[in-house]
Design a protein around this ligand. Structure first.
Ligand code: ARG
Ligand code: ZN
Length: 453
């Protein structure tokens, strides 16, 4: 709770505290109400030997109400000072909440700039499912990964996918290291024994998709047929093993553009860490992070998230199947288009538990309905992925290929660079296809128990 009383400045502006969470069904304290971030400018100086980070976050936001105070999410690290509109601001910290009280109340609709200077050793944080995210130290470097709430371990912000923003991330590292983030590399310069990398993301990004990776990477670059620049950073020990799968990125971007509509971002690529440094791959925007050399299927999955998850982002963490069901179904489609099992064959394999067709077919995909995971510890569980994909295939069975692919492309276009939830999807699917899909929703998407056709 906020300890401040509401200030009334000169009798003209009256603000009240912005709420300290967005009431996400699974992560109620994640994000903050009362403002909307437009842009993050992060200036991060990192020392891989000690693990120390010195950061300045310049957060440009628009007030959605009169604000006497507002919150940012940040865990660990020391805050050195905070200014709002150039003036020193009071602040305090409780748990993940950094509460900022500007010298003057902010008016509804006002665009304001908050600068937070902070430092310390950012840490890995444990997910409800026991996996690690946040700031992960690798052999000779580190990487920031944030799904669902780890990004607050390395920069202050409105850490909920419903508040997307543009980013400029500057990384300064000792000479000899590479530093990689999302988007386009705007400049790279050596200065006083440091190398300064400026990364630019113009398209909106949810904070869980931001990354900063520091290490002795080998860099390779290329361009897709339609002119999207590709920038890959791979730890030396994984370079040879990664080469074939990463070489397919341009083809995957083109294939995805054909299936799902125009690629949503100005850049593509990959960051490959050593095996064992991370528990999973993450679809960090434009440049997914991989825990060791990826397979083509894994690259395909993470690139499919660029459309589904990154451009069309969930409104809440309960809507994860819209990310994972689509990315999994993209794998099925890629297989179908490349001489592997068809999506129908995979669907049947899951119904029958036939692991010859798909090694995951005997997983517990029916354990819970994808639209309502039992809790935050299950948002990355099998039903979200596989039964999510089966929901999409059930729609395809009902409406036929032509309407189904128009639906998939239409969905990516309708919410491009936005947010959507399950109700948005079911309403859109019905309207777009003109079919009554109630059975699919009731049995496959929301129904308890094991559905069958
Ligand atoms: N979204 C990632 C992917 O499917 C997986 C993240 C898994 N996270 C976790 N905490 N288990 O590509
Ligand atoms: Zn995924």
């Amino acid at each position: 709770m906020l300890a401040f009383t509401t200030a009334c400045t000169g009798g003209t502006v009256q603000g009240r505290p912005g709420a300290s969470g967005l009431r996400d069904p699974f992560f109620p304290k994640a994000g903050n109400a009362g403002y909307d971030v437009r842009h993050y400018g992060l200036d991060l100086v990192y020392r891989p030997d000690s693990g120390r980070l010195d950061g300045t976050a310049v957060i440009t936001a628009r007030a959605g109400q009169g604000l006497s105070s507002f919150n940012l999410d940040l865990v660990g690290l020391d805050v050195e000072d905070v200014t709002v509109q150039g003036e020193g601001a009071r602040y305090n910290r409780t748990g993940q909440e950094l509460t900022v009280r500007p010298a003057e109340d902010l008016k509804k609709g006002e665009e304001f700039r908050t600068v937070v200077r902070y430092s310390g050793k950012p840490k890995a944080v444990e997910d409800p499912d026991g996996s690690e995210e946040g700031w992960i130290r690798t052999g000779d470097g580190a990487v920031g990964v944030g799904e669902p709430t780890g990004s607050m371990a390395w920069f202050p912000g409105n850490h909920h996918p419903s508040d997307k923003a543009a980013y400029d991330i500057t990384l300064s590292v000792p000479k000899g290291y590479e530093a990689v983030s999302n988007g386009l590399l705007a400049s790279r310069a050596d200065r006083d024994g440091q190398t300064v990398f400026r990364w630019h993301s113009a398209e909106p990004m949810a904070s869980y998709l931001a990354t900063a990776a520091v290490g002795p990477y080998k860099i390779s670059t290329g361009t897709t047929a339609s002119g999207i620049p590709v920038y890959n950073a791979v730890v030396p020990g994984q370079a040879a093993k990664s080469a074939d799968a990463l070489a397919r990125i341009p083809e995957i971007v083109e294939w995805g553009s054909g299936r799902f509509g125009p690629y949503p971002f100005a850049a593509a690529g990959a960051i490959v860490e050593d095996e064992g440094t991370l528990g999973y791959a993450l679809e960090t925007q434009t440049r997914p992070v991989y825990p060791g050399a990826p397979t083509v299927d894994l690259v395909l999955h993470e690139m499919a998230h660029q459309w589904f998850g990154n451009s069309v982002s969930p409104k809440s963490w309960k809507d994860m199947w819209l990310n994972e069901g689509f990315a999994t179904y993209a794998e099925w489609l890629w297989s179908e288009d490349h001489g592997g099992p068809t999506a129908q064959e995979r669907f049947t394999a899951f119904e029958e538990g036939d692991t010859d067709v798909d090694p995951a077919a005997d997983s517990d995909w029916a354990e819970f309905p994808p639209a309502s995971p039992p809790g935050p510890e299950r948002i990355s569980a099998d039903p979200v992925y596989y039964r999510g994909a089966m929901v999409l295939h059930r729609i395809r069975q009902e409406v036929g290929d032509e309407k189904f692919f128009a639906l998939v492309r239409g969905w990516a276009a309708e919410h491009r660079h936005g947010n959507a939830n399950t109700a948005d999807f079911t309403a859109y699917a019905q309207a777009k296809t003109g079919h009554d899909l109630d059975e699919v929703w009731e049995v496959w998407l929301y129904g308890k128990g094991r559905p069958s056709t």
